[in-house]
Design a protein around this ligand. Sequence first.
Ligand code: GAR
Length: 198
Amino acid sequence: MTEREAQKKPRVAILISGTGSNMLAIIEACKSSALDAEIALVVSDNPNAPGLAKARDAGIETVSAVYERGVPREKNERLIAETIKNKKIDWIVLAGFMKILSADFVKQFPGRIVNIHPSMLPAFPGAHAIRDALEAQADCAGVTIHIVDEFVDHGPILAQEEVPIQPGDTEESLAERVHAVEHRLYPKTLQQLFHEDI
Ligand code: GAR
């Protein structure tokens, strides 16, 4: 590898479905050089995701990849996979992307997809982890950042942090504290991962 190649910033695609607050935290970390990476693309399965407009405001190219009902997952993922390959993306970062990726998709990018999940995995996988932790009267919610394998909310764990549940917590109050941890931990962990410190 030449010195120039070694200095090249990793090219990242962020996949979102909604608000995009983790996406924004990652974009901000790139701006401040806390994260040495280029966010080259933001993809959403939801064309109305508020995060898409925020990405465009930040000058980042966006793609909507709307999933058609009754169509195999692999077919719905084709536009995402092709765009990621065309744009020569190094890392795929899931930030509130609420579609399950097929094993076929994951195999195309082995060890190159990262996810954040609002629980101490393997506790409370799925789409409503914070609500599930409250309903189970657990002691804590949490944040897990992991490499994505072919199973849901599963794969080698890169970082985890507990978020204690306090008396009187609602889904909103707990989610706010979980998000605060996510916004700090995701950019930091990505920096370590991309630059081989973990
Ligand atoms: C985050 O809390 C993330 O951990 C969660 O969705 C939220 C997205 O928020 N992801 C999952 O539950 C994945 N199973 P954001 O759009 O504001 O970043």
